[in-house]
Design a protein around this ligand. Structure first.
Ligand SMILES: [Zn+2]
Length: 248
């Protein structure tokens, strides 16, 4: 199908205009006009670009694209290599950041809920980026920790009493440790995000709200795959997921 037609469809489905973001959402590098095969990945890294080129994709669809607000604007060094590799192959690159985190069905938060056995009940907080829900049956923090490790294939960093019963949970995928206070205010038993900073250790101990850092990459693998699957269902464009062993 035509690239521009697909970009418009995604733009509308993800309600891109509703979000204030730190990077452009949508087409970031123009390639071929026709899309017949898609590679999706968490990040538009050189490895992901090379994989997409090798498997004959026309579009690399990612959660972490390029041109972040804090990033140097010149095209040199690693950024040059990425752009050059994609351009030589006519590979389109499209990124969807916050709109993909928050989408109620295909979003990273909604998809992480499926993976971890959480029932999502509400979205709240800054730009609706946090999700809130419950575990069907309460688990001790130690058992929940084990369940997360098995589901994500990565050992989380957990701050809290191992015997604490966990039922009400808030979460936000990626680097959302800064939203811990919103979760505490929401009265949940535990908060899950990707990363931890120094301060959350103390907050978790002093509030008895468990803090679980389950990996930025690990918690954000699922939204982009759900979006690519939705595209496949809607338009019949096949896709494949490129994963990396990113421990962060
Ligand atoms: Zn992220």
């Amino acid at each position: 199908m035509q690239r521009n037609e697909l970009m418009t469809w995604i733009h509308n489905q993800l309600q891109v205009d509703v979000f204030k973001d730190y990077a452009p959402n949508g087409l970031q590098l123009q390639g071929k006009a026709e899309i017949g095969h898609i590679t999706c990945a968490v990040t538009a890294s050189l490895a992901a670009i090379e994989a997409a080129v090798a498997n004959g994709s026309d579009l690399l669809l990612v959660h972490h694209g390029w041109f972040w607000k804090s990033e140097p604007t010149v095209i040199t060094d690693w950024k040059f290599k990425r752009i050059q590799t994609a351009m030589q192959a006519g590979l389109n690159i499209a990124g969807y950041h916050l709109p993909l985190d928050a989408h109620p069905q295909w979003g990273n938060n909604a998809q992480l809920a499926h993976v971890l056995g959480l029932k999502m009940q509400a979205q709240f907080g800054h730009q609706n980026l946090l999700a809130q829900g419950v575990l069907q049956d309460a688990l001790s923090l130690a058992d929940f920790n084990q369940q997360i490790e098995t589901a994500l294939q990565r050992q989380p960093t957990v701050i809290g009493r191992p015997e604490k019963p966990i039922q009400r949970v808030a979460w936000c995928t990626g680097g959302a440790q800064g939203f811990f206070q919103d979760a505490i205010d929401a009265g949940v038993d535990a908060y899950i995000t990707g990363e931890i900073s120094e301060a959350q250790y103390h907050l978790a101990n002093e509030t008895d709200v468990a803090f679980i850092a389950a990996g930025h990459h690990a918690t954000e693998r699922y939204g982009i795959q759900a979006l690519a699957s939705a595209i496949e269902v809607e338009f019949g464009i096949a896709h494949q997921f490129f994963d990396e062993a990113n421990p962060a």
